[in-house]
Design a protein around this ligand. Sequence first.
Ligand code: HEM
Length: 427
Amino acid sequence: MNKFDKYYHNCLEWFDARFPITKMFREQMSEYYAGKSLNWWYLTGSMAIALIIILFASGIILAMHYIPTEEEAFLSIEYIRREVPLGYLIQYSHAVGASLLFIIIYLHIFRAILYGSYRGKRNLLWIGGMILFFTLMGESFVGYLLPWGQLSYWGAQVITSMAETIPFFGDSIVTLIRGDYAVSGATLNRFYSLHIIGIPLVILILIAFHLISLHEVGSTTPEGLEINENVDENGVPKDGVPFFPYHVVKDLWGISLLFTIFLIIVFFAPEMFGLFMEAPNFTPANPASGPDHVFPLWYFAAYFSVLRSFPGIFLGIDIRLIGVIFMGLSQIVFILLPWLDRRPVLSIRSSGPIFKIAVIVFAINFIFMTYLGINPTNFWGSVWGIETAVIAARIGTLVYFAFFLLMPWYSKYDKTKLPPPRVVYKK
Ligand code: HEM
């Protein structure tokens, strides 16, 4: 043992006697097993962690220069972009990072549908993940007001006014959320406070919950096998490898790939053709006059399409509440997946043709609803006095809910294959 090794061991011993660092590392990393055959879908979790770190780091620097007042919010973002050294890089990283996080999270959730990751003992992991998803949406919603552009302002005005539809208390709730009768400097202050400390704290707690519950139940495998059910005489899973170093190295490869894509976007197309940063938001908020078309961030647009497919006033009665309820349901329904999915197998590889087709149709329909949600309702013209895009959104909404509500039947009676006895490799 050389001098350095000796120092290292002494330090570690000192630390271990006071905090179980080696024990934790063994249990959670070097002696924690995950399937040998985990594919790229399983990189999405560590990619999400990497993006959260980028968002926290860039957000802390932005908060050093941003001024949360009605008069200066918009100008302070311009100042960051133009005057603060590397400020444009920090601001673009934050905006692009948020959109990329939602792309990764949607892939992460889609993976769970493919591999039945929410089934059985993983249902709490799933519920925690969904709560994390709702919290991320809240964080993004309050953050979007901060640049104080036209869409920030009018988007917040439209979404907060949805609470007006709540019977009896609606108006009071809207005033409470806004801190005023309309979105104003008071709203900006409370959204800023929630964005930089309130919601991030909840996100950190929920990520900790997510990872602890994941390590309790273990990852699935693409084959739909539980690695802990096939162990050697020492109790080591035959189809697994230690998380450290094998999966850590693979995750780092995935994060490097993500980082490359991230930097290409930040350097060459941060606005992503108006999808990641929208043109109307480069004009300061004007409470007296809104933009022609108010649309949500692309990652909320599919749910917005659900909302828009319900008419506000029907036969003279205000039924906006129904649209709001269905929009809420379109997100909450994901929580029910562990109980709706009755496949006798876990993985899509052994699932039957009906389930496979349902998943593909759902994914295409979700993208279609997103497309509809960011466009004005009149962009395809009208048939019989109803805008064609609204008719399309209604059909999309039906397909969306049918995927979930019919799942107990088509997943149960579909023809499935037996999963392979061990993990399989393709050479
Ligand atoms: C910031 C958000 C999130 C982070 C940082 C995160 C992180 C992770 C990580 C590191 C893993 C293990 C690696 C992997 O399987 O990809 C994982 C697995 C998992 N996550 Fe997340 N996650 C997040 C959001 C979500 C959401 C929104 C859901 C869905 C409701 C979810 C559901 C799951 C499930 C079910 C697994 C187990 C997958 C399996 O073994 O098949 N996660 N997550």
